[in-house]
Design a binder for this molecule. Structure first.
Ligand SMILES: NC(=O)c1ccc[n+]([C@@H]2O[C@H](COP(=O)([O-])OP(=O)(O)OC[C@H]3O[C@@H](n4cnc5c(N)ncnc54)[C@H](OP(=O)(O)O)[C@@H]3O)[C@@H](O)[C@H]2O)c1
Length: 168
């Protein structure tokens, strides 16, 4: 099973503030839905709580150390490894790891693909994506799209698909 990471980050790695995403970009949310639909999605407990529900059309696997916790519509894994094992056992060809910081730090060295949205601008935050650990020599940019701001999407952003060239 392949593993993909899906993240939207500021250029300096900010991804969240007080449990929320610091921007509102409907275009990127639509893309997130399209990229992840039909695949198992793996997320940390805080990200699941921030979303507030299971996302439909996808096996939601939530990583938590809690025992006896059963969020509606989700499967709980007690480690990221267990989450990926559950995804593989579901027969999926690709699992999508969708955050937050703790899960990204675990999966960045082992993922095959990164769906990277870089939101231009300066944002305050308390959750980071280790963007500096994406070493250009290890990744091929398969696709790169620039999106200017518009009426509904106030921040310009760039969407890239990165495929791993060399082992992490
Ligand atoms: N911009 C984006 O693309 C994006 C995407 C997703 C999330 N976010 C943001 O990221 C922030 C959340 O990130 P976060 O790092 O605070 O939390 P997180 O990674 O979503 O969840 C952390 C939790 O996952 C569980 N966990 C992590 N590693 C584990 C392990 N090895 N074994 C067992 N359980 C483990 C723990 O849950 P327990 O405490 O229950 O044990 C831990 O508290 C929020 O602000 C959110 O909005 C941004």
């Amino acid at each position: 099973m392949r593993v993909a990471l899906v993240v939207a980050t500021s250029p300096d790695g900010i991804i969240g503030k007080h449990g929320e995403i610091p921007w509102h970009l409907p275009r990127d949310l639509k893309r997130f839905r399209a990229i992840t639909m039909g695949h198992p999605i793996v997320m940390g407990r805080r990200t699941h709580e921030s979303i507030g529900r299971a996302l439909p059309g996808r096996l939601n696997i939530v990583v938590s150390s809690r025992t006896g916790w059963k969020p509606e519509g989700c499967v709980v894994a007690h480690s990221p490894d267990e989450a990926l094992r559950i995804a593989a056992e579901s027969g999926a060809e690709e699992a999508m790891v969708v955050g937050g910081e703790q899960l990204y730090r675990y999966v960045l060295p082992i993922c095959d693909t990164i769906h990277l949205t870089v939101v231009e601008g300066r944002f305050d935050g308390d959750a980071r994506f280790p963007i500096e650990a994406i070493r250009p020599e290890q990744w091929a940019v398969e696709r790169s799209e620039q999106w200017p701001s518009d009426d509904r999407n106030p921040d310009p952003h760039r969407y890239e698909v990165l495929r791993r060239l060399a082992p992490g």
